[in-house]
Design a protein around this ligand. Structure first.
Ligand code: FE
Ligand code: FE
Length: 164
């Protein structure tokens, strides 16, 4: 696809996000299963529900713009998900694995935050205010998740890991 306009770029960015989110819908249950600490498990399960909502918002946006968002692979998310899967298969102590899972998940959130920030900014500049609003809602949820993961890392979970 040739990118001639910012509108083309917005669609390109949205396709990347759509691919990223659909990959996460498959990866998050595996991360929840691999997590030992109940709070971390619950955080992953809660974010899975939100992530399904993110896919829905992108589907809504696709309809608003009259574009298809399927058919592109987010290679970065593929790599991040693979790193998470590698960590899970490495056979760590449960609490240590939890700490690693938090790190893997925060890499994912930061990637999404960057992607949604870019897309929201483009949508704003192009005058797609409803699209920008939907992207903003998801962006806030990604930021909240990142903060929650930071809290989990600095509160109980990593302290428990350091005692192993
Ligand atoms: Fe998301
Ligand atoms: Fe997320």
């Amino acid at each position: 696809m040739k990118l001639n306009t910012l509108e083309d770029l917005l669609v390109h960015e949205l396709k990347d996000l759509y691919s990223a989110e659909t990959q996460l819908v498959k990866a998050l249950p595996k991360m929840a299963k691999a997590a030992s600490h109940q709070e971390l498990k619950a955080a992953f399960e809660g974010h899975l529900e939100q992530t399904e909502g993110h896919v829905e918002r992108l589907t809504e946006i696709a309809e608003m713009l009259g574009k298809k968002l399927t058919g592109q692979t987010c290679k970065a998310m593929k790599g991040l998900v693979q790193e998470g899967a590698d960590l899970i298969s490495e056979g760590a102590e449960p609490a240590v694995r939890d700490a690693g899972l938090i790190g893997a998940a925060q890499r994912v959130e930061h990637y999404e935050i960057a992607g949604y920030g870019t897309a929201r900014c483009l949508a704003d500049q192009l005058g797609h205010s409803e699209v920008a609003d939907l992207l903003e809602q998801t962006l806030e949820e990604e930021k909240d998740t990142d903060e929650k993961l930071s809290e989990l890392a600095t509160s109980g979970i990593n302290a428990e890991a350091s005692q192993e």
